[in-house]
Structures are given as structure tokens and as C-alpha cells.
Design a protein around this ligand. Sequence first.
Ligand SMILES: [Zn+2]
Length: 343
Amino acid sequence: MIPSLPIAPALIAVHEDKFYPLIEKYERQQKLHPTILITGLDGVGKRSMVLHLIQKLFCDQPKQNLEACGTCKSCKRALANQWLDLMWLEPDTGEDDSRIGIHKIDAFRELKTKLGMGPAEEPFKIVVITNADRMTPQAANSILKTLEEPPPNWVFILTATDASRLLPTILSRCIEIKLRPMDSKTVFSILQQIQGAELQQSRAKIASRAGEGSISRALYFMDDETWKIRDQILGLLSNPASEWMKLVETFSSSQRTLQLSLDLIESLMMDLVKHKVEPDHVWVNEDQKEFLLQWQESKKIPTGRILTLLTKIAEKRQFTTLTLNAKLLAQETLIPLLETIVS
Ligand SMILES: [Zn+2]
């Protein structure tokens, strides 16, 4: 998965100051820390900012206020994801692209055979290890030495959602740049840039809130398929008996669908919890506000029971990346919702 190009200016505006110290140091001393870790939730823009960083560092023109020209050969290559000495190492998803994947030792073995070589044409060889928090212990141990002492003119950029899952020894080698979740206004303007005139405004408003600071999550909420699943979940709330099997079918279609379906349930239920705590809160699913409030009232579901449901969903989540029978897993993760409705 490459970043969506061109990179949205709103995305750059939110994150770029985090990279200034690095760029400034490179400008002053021509020195670059060889292991950089960029952390932040999925869809916050980590990959895009890798390309932006490369552009800012290696622009061929003299920089004014740390700004790159955007038009020289280096800038163009970086912005088109065509930097010649750039390698993306992605977690291995096996045959099934809908899986989230994990870094295995083989890819790192292959990388190591190239370490003797310098950059071909650019000033640095840059290896981006995406989702570096998803490595088998063997893979992590095998790359450790390389990260401790990278060859000259090699830079490793690791991206991760959860830095605490990296080996402490890897973590201690990296300088970390933390990207914060974006506010819903920024997410909305990025959706606008990506989808242009085709943007469905009312859906985008909901998606930009439901995205909780993540573009990929917001884009998921823009998708027709997602709205169908949301309708199915809402259908289950009213008619659990008739909708149950259909929803199990949907939930078991892929690992990602399962995870994102849990996101949908959480988002709907969180609206009810937040409404209880703070009646003025801005609803994510504002189009369903009346329905959800009536549903809770007619079924006499105390907010405490919804909180219990949210806790159970959080617990079930850890199983969603395991290779288990998809149907069983879907049933297992949906049961707490069913219990909430019918108990
Ligand atoms: Zn340039």
C-alpha cells in the first residue's frame, strides 16, 4: 500500500513541524540519524510523511525556511514515490491481502544480502519498515544488529502504531517522531482533497468524525460497503433473531471486515454512552441519533450494560488477528452485542 499521492497539504500542515528538528540538523551538519521511528495510529499519515521527509531532506535546491522546492529531480522522485534508493518492507500477508500480516525473518535475510552495497544514485539508501511493531521475535532479533550499526549512508525509517511492542533495544536506537491523531476538520479537508467533486458531504461529515483522527479509517467510513454493514448492525439492534445469521456471514468475510465491523459497533455505542455523560456532545452517527436513543429506551438498556459491551468488544479484538475459523470468530465477537440486546 503506497501513500495516496499527491500528499494532501492539510496532512503536511498538521505534521510537518515534528520533522523540522531533523531537517534543520541535516541542513546544519549534513548528519542524519540512521534509525528513525515514526509512530501514530493507522491512517494518521506516517507513510505520506516518509515521502515528505525525503523531499525536505534531499531537495537539490538551497532551502528557504526549510522548504523544499517541489520541482527539482529529487523532489519529484520523492513525491511520486520513485526515489531510486527507497525500499518499502511491508508485513507479509501471505496469500490473503485482507490479513494484517507480520514481518517474517525471510525478508530481513534478503535485505541483509544487500547491505554491502551503497546507494545507487541518491545520497542515501532508505529502508522503510512499515508496521515495524508487527515482527516475529526471530525477525526482530535478526534485524537488531543492522539497526544497531547501519551501514554508512543507509537510513532505516520504521513506522509503528504501538512503539511499546518494539524490542527495547530497537527502540533505544531510534529517534521517535510521534504523529498525533488529526482533528475532524483536518480529516474532512483531506477527504475533500482525495475525493474532489465526488465527495458526499453529509457522509464525509460523519466519516471525518468516525475516523477519530485517521484517514484510512475515515475513508473506510466513506465506503458503500461500510454503510451496508452499519445498516445491518442497526437492523440487528431492532430484529436480532432475523438479522443474526446475515451479520455473522458479513463479519466472517475477512479479518479486516471483522475488525472494522467492531469499530462500527463501538462507534454507535459510544455515541449513546457519550450522550449520557454529556447530552450536548456532537454525535458521530448523527443521522441515527433518534433511532439509537429510542432503541435504548424501548429496550430499557442501562448505559452500564453498554459500557460492559464496549469492554467485551475490546477484549474480543485481540482474537481478530488470529487464524481461527472465521465463522466461529464472528459469532464469538458478536455474542456480547446479542447479549446486550436480549438480556
Ligand atoms: Zn527540490
